[in-house]
Design a protein around this ligand. Structure first.
Ligand code: ZN
Length: 266
């Protein structure tokens, strides 16, 4: 992931009131060692109880991380920008087969910044936003999928910049994700479970950080780091069709579970 410069802009949002009640920031989990076992092989897949039309009426935005000039993590022949696009397309097909309408922020190898991705997502009015990435670490022992949700850096400056914003029901661009926090947290936990049935996951799969790429997205949003390309076994695994299919099936299962009951945020 990349955290880029802040943009002092306002986004006009179409729903919700100004300064909707915001959950207190959850405590940051301590960094703990990842599980070293079974990092290069897939666990036996659990049967997914997902109906064929379980996602009918839902709009899902998939964001293949990086692209164009930004290659992301590279490990030998593996390029994160290409891997995320491959998995996004595979996942889009799986989600469509279950009735969802899927929008990709990019469908080819183009350069796209975080703002453009958020704008694309917000034009779509999706029910969920998943940004797909692969990780790296100087600690070669680091392994396993991780799911990140956005944690505001500080609640101190949550007030609107002026009174007129109140009248226009403006929400600062970097507060848009905050009101989706409960649904995003729920989705992250569902993804941790569904991924854990199918691919190696970190010992603490659900993590919270201030995430510039998610802050301005007006839908429950998560950022998936699907494997550590810095780990040779994980890199080899990530390139296999079996891994990519397992990820797509996990995403279908988690979104289907999130779909019922209907998300209160929409
Ligand atoms: Zn990335």
């Amino acid at each position: 992931m990349h955290i880029t410069r802040p943009v002092l802009a306002l986004l006009l949002v179409t729903t919700g009131g100004l300064l909707a009640a915001q959950s207190p920031a959850p405590p940051q989990p301590a960094e703990t060692p990842s599980v070293p076992a079974s990092t290069s092989t897939l666990p036996p897949a659990a049967p997914a109880a997902v109906s064929a039309s379980g996602l009918a009426g839902w709009i899902v935005v998939l964001d293949p991380g990086h692209g164009g000039d930004d290659r992301g993590v590279q490990a030998g022949e593996l390029v994160e920008a290409q891997l995320t696009l491959d998995i996004a397309k595979r996942t889009a097909a799986a989600l469509s087969a279950h009735g969802a309408r899927v929008v990709l922020t990019r469908e080819s190898d183009i350069t796209m910044d975080a703002d453009a991705r958020a704008v694309r997502a917000n034009q779509t009015h999706g029910h969920a936003y998943l940004s797909l990435h692969f990780n790296r670490s100087p600690r070669t022992a680091a392994t396993g999928a991780e799911i990140y949700t956005h944690q505001p850096a500080s609640m101190d400056d949550a007030e609107p910049p002026d009174a007129q914003a109140r009248t226009l029901a403006l929400v600062r661009w970097d507060r848009v994700q905050d009101r989706h926090a409960p649904a995003a947290e729920h989705l992250a936990d569902l993804l941790a479970t569904a991924l854990g049935h199918r691919v190696p996951v970190s010992a603490t799969p659900h993590r919270r950080l201030p995430l510039r790429p998610l802050a301005g997205v007006d839908a429950p949003s998560v950022l998936l780091e699907l494997a550590y390309l810095s780990h040779p076994g994980q890199a080899a695994l990530a390139a296999t069709p079996e891994f990519q299919t397992a990820v797509s099936e996990a995403i279908v299962e988690a979104l289907s579970a999130a779909r019922r009951p209907p998300d209160a945020a929409r």
